[in-house]
Structure formats: structure tokens, C-alpha cells
Design a protein around this ligand. Structure first.
Ligand SMILES: [Zn+2]
Ligand SMILES: [Zn+2]
Length: 84
């Protein structure tokens, strides 16, 4: 089975901000992030929201990275790792 290390708290976001090179903080899954603003969206449509129709098949998890300094927000595709 594949799991997203970020979702499971096993890893921290490694990315840096393209604007100021500061450390990006994990703002959560993209779907959850937009969920705050669009609570009516069904989870069935979640794969469409993240713009990657096959993201679950491809074992990728789309997160929102938020810059700790300038608050730049960026979508980050996290590759899920296979658990043995
Ligand atoms: Zn995740
Ligand atoms: Zn920044």
C-alpha cells in the first residue's frame, strides 16, 4: 500500500519558496484546503479539484505549501511511498 508521508506525519515538507527561498510549511492536502472555502464539494469530485485526475492511481498526493515568510501559496505534488 502507498501512503503520503506528509499526511501521516512521517515526513516534513522539504520544499522552499520560489520567491524568497524560505521553508515552505505544509498547509494540508489541497482538497482539504479548498474544502474550507467550498464545503459543499463532494469527495467524489476531489480528484477533479486537484487537477490531477489520476493522482490516486499515480500515488501522488497534492498538498498546499505555504511560505513561512511571505505567505506564498503553491501546490506541491508529493509522491506517495510504498509501505512494505
Ligand atoms: Zn498527503
Ligand atoms: Zn516566500
Amino acid at each position: 500500500m502507498y501512503i503520503c508521508y506528509l499526511c501521516n506525519g512521517l515526513d516534513k515538507m522539504q520544499d522552499t519558496c520560489p520567491n524568497c527561498n524560505a521553508h515552505m510549511l505544509d498547509g494540508g492536502k489541497l482538497v482539504d484546503y479548498y474544502g474550507d472555502y467550498a464545503p459543499y464539494i463532494e469527495t467524489d469530485n476531489a480528484q477533479m479539484i486537484d487537477g490531477l485526475p489520476n493522482s490516486s492511481k499515480e500515488h501522488q498526493c497534492v498538498h498546499v505549501g505555504v511560505c513561512s515568510v511571505c505567505n506564498h501559496v503553491e501546490e506541491l505534488i508529493i509522491s506517495e511511498q510504498e509501505l512494505q
